[in-house]
Ligand binder design. Structure first.
Ligand SMILES: NCc1[nH]cc(CCC(=O)O)c1CC(=O)O
Length: 318
């Protein structure tokens, strides 16, 4: 006899970093509110992105380096759902999986983090001359260089905690990270930081949001995940991901975006920069939630009409 579905554990596949685990337990708590009867298990997966800690992120593994193996666990039936940072999830849908859950978004912006015990710098302009900034992201690099071309942008890899150790050991004057990760790991209060917001620094597509996938043939899990979704976040991230897909740019390309939602209106703004930050193109489109995908395409078309294609193909990663 089949086990009753209420008794079968719901298995969540996740990377094993502290941030990924926080995200998996957060989703577990959301699910418990819906399915109080059903036990939940967390299945740890090591991703290629976690194993190779030395190569610059823009040069190895390519798209999906953090998400592929977690997805595989769901496809193989070792887990029922996969929790990802939405910004790490390629826009091209993996065959056999569906992106069924997008919960309410967390903090959206990037932050500059200063070494333990040092004073806060209160603006990008106030950073010391030729300050050494740790970031592996072309988007952060290009936008900071656009503001201050004297800054030294240095590669940094590893999980958030590893990066903070490198900062405190004196390798950098500041680190650029997502506020979402720092807040979730409760690491922001302990240090001086500077919030980086548009128009200076636009976040990545999907930043601060989670994406939860299940198998396309698993309608029971899909219903649960749909129940976790937040309509505003879903509309915003649909527009952002549609923009990125249309530009055919990888997650490491120098592209930033900002969605603003009010009532059922959605405004998507986006920037594309040259890798050195010298050139910067921006565009913005407003429409209703139901047009989210089209809004993303329109912003991408406006950016391409202004020459964004040349800036994107001029960078190393796709
Ligand atoms: N690529 C790593 C990654 N993926 C998601 C986050 C933070 C959480 C988020 O932005 O959703 C981070 C770390 C960072 O960029 O600082």
């Amino acid at each position: 006899m089949d086990q009753r579905s209420e008794e079968r554990p719901l298995r969540i596949a996740t990377r094993a970093s502290n941030l990924a685990l926080w995200q998996a337990y957060y989703v577990s708590d959301l699910l418990k509110k819906q399915t109080s009867e059903r036990p939940i298990e967390i299945v740890h997966i090591t991703s290629e992105g976690d194993r190779d800690l030395t190569s610059p992120l823009s040069e190895f593994g390519g798209l999906g380096v953090f998400t592929r193996e977690v997805q595989k666990a769901v496809l193989d039936g070792r887990a029922d759902l996969a929790v990802h940072s939405l910004k790490d999830l390629p826009t091209e849908q993996a065959p056999g999986l569906q992106l069924a859950g997008i919960p309410e978004r967390g903090p959206l912006y990037d932050v500059l983090i200063f070494p333990q015990g040092s004073d806060a710098v209160t603006s990008i302009a106030a950073l010391p001359a030729a300050a050494r900034i740790g970031t592996g992201s072309l988007r952060r690099r290009a936008q900071l260089l656009h503001q201050r071309n004297d800054l030294q942008m240095l590669e940094v890899r590893g999980n958030v905690e590893t990066r903070l150790k490198k900062l405190d050991s004196g390798e950098y004057d500041a680190l650029c990270l997502a506020e979402a990760g720092m807040v979730r790991l409760e690491l922001l209060e302990q240090r001086a930081s500077l919030l980086l917001q548009p128009p200076e620094v636009y976040p990545a597509v999907g930043q601060g949001a989670l994406g939860i996938e299940c198998r396309t043939d698993d309608s029971e899990t899909a219903v649960l995940l749909t129940g976790l979704s937040d309509p505003s976040t879903q509309a915003a991230t649909t527009a952002e991901r549609s923009l990125l897909a249309f530009l055919r740019a990888g997650c490491h390309a120098p592209i930033g975006s900002l969605s603003q939602v009010s009532d059922d209106q959605l405004t998507l703004e986006a920037v594309v920069l040259s890798a050195d930050g010298q050139e910067r193109i921006c565009a913005s489109v407003t429409g209703s939630f139901s047009e989210a995908e089209e809004i993303g395409v329109k912003v991408a078309q406006a950016l391409l009409a202004d020459g964004a294609g040349r800036l994107i193909s001029g960078t190393e990663d796709s």
